[in-house]
Ligand binder design. Structure first.
Ligand code: YXS
Length: 259
């Protein structure tokens, strides 16, 4: 595995993101490794899975790999996008998934972390939802993920400013379950994992699936869905959609025109 490391002991699986030189940017291969590891750990009857970066990381993940963003005019986060597949795999895994968070979390990595069932972070953790900074429309399931985790006004502020929020604020608004000092977070996380592993895996998997299905019970009329898709197409057909990633890759501030 080039971008991750997977370990399994005491019925607890650990997937570590190891793509440090690119700040764990979520490229296709890394995401495929995460999905493969989740399925492998499920086959090995893991009762809990922990997803983390290397110990002491300053960046948990820099989000979607901008250099892999689809070309203009293509949906940037379609149903089959590797990030969406990884997110659905976490959601549907029978075992609870804990995000052990050290460092900053950006863009699509926020959705990956927020999809985990329990979030445990160090005091230096921050979360930045960045589509507006990159010129990306995001997607309905992703927006719903964020909306299900924190109040509308908090999520709107995070989307509109694209600025990081602190660990304390993320904890205050219920995004993060626990903030734990860096020198204690591993013991804290694995103690919780062992507590979960002692309980009935069948009961836990059914409760997790009930919460997933009931949490998604948002009836969307076909007309509403088509209107959302039409609005999103306007953005990913736009000049701003070309400008955002170009500016990032050229290491300069983007000049958005709203066209
Ligand atoms: O220049 P080299 O080759 O060394 O590579 C640099 C960066 O280009 C690379 N890198 C990335 N490559 C692809 N996609 C990324 N998201 C990404 N982020 C970083 O990693 C190498 C080291 O980066 P550098 O020098 O900036 O590290 P740093 O420690 O000074 O700063 C770390 C960050 C995370 C603060 C900084 O890299 C950064 O701001 N990254 C972009 C964060 C971001 O805006 N992510 C959103 C990606 S778009 C996305 O997730 C969704 C589509 S959306 O926006 O809709 O949610």
């Amino acid at each position: 595995m080039a971008y991750t490391r997977t370990e399994f002991s005491d019925q607890i699986g650990t997937i570590t993101l190891t793509h440090s030189q690119k700040r764990n940017a979520l490229n296709r291969e890394l995401l495929k490794e995460v999905v493969a590891s989740l399925h492998d750990l499920e086959n090995r009857k893991a009762r809990v899975v922990i997803i983390r970066a290397e110990k002491g990381s300053k960046v948990w993940s820099a989000g979607h790999d901008i250099s892999e963003r689809p070309m203009p005019g293509r949906d940037p986060l379609g149903y089959d996008d590797p990030l969406e597949l990884a997110i659905r795999t976490i959601e549907r895994l029978g075992a609870p998934v804990i995000a052990l968070l050290e460092g900053t979390v950006w863009g699509g990595a926020c959705e990956l972390a927020f999809t985990c069932d329990i979030l445990i972070g160090t005091p230096d953790v921050t979360f930045a939802i960045t589509p507006a900074k990159i010129g990306v429309p995001y997607n309905p399931t992703g927006v719903l993920h964020f909306m299900s985790l924190a109040g509308m006004s908090v999520i709107k502020e995070m989307f509109f400013t694209a600025q990081p929020i602190s660990a304390e604020r993320a904890s205050d608004v219920g995004i993060v379950n626990h903030i734990v000092p860096a020198d204690q977070i591993e013991e804290y996380t694995y103690t919780m994992a062992r507590q979960i592993a002692q309980n009935s895996p069948l009961s836990i998997s059914v409760i997790k699936e009930q919460i997933r299905m009931l949490g998604k019970a948002h009836p969307l009329s076909p007309e509403t869905f088509e209107r959302i898709q039409g609005l999103r197409r306007k953005v990913y057909d736009s000049a701003d959609y070309r400008e955002g990633p170009a500016a990032f890759l050229e290491k300069r501030r983007p000049r958005f025109t709203g066209e």
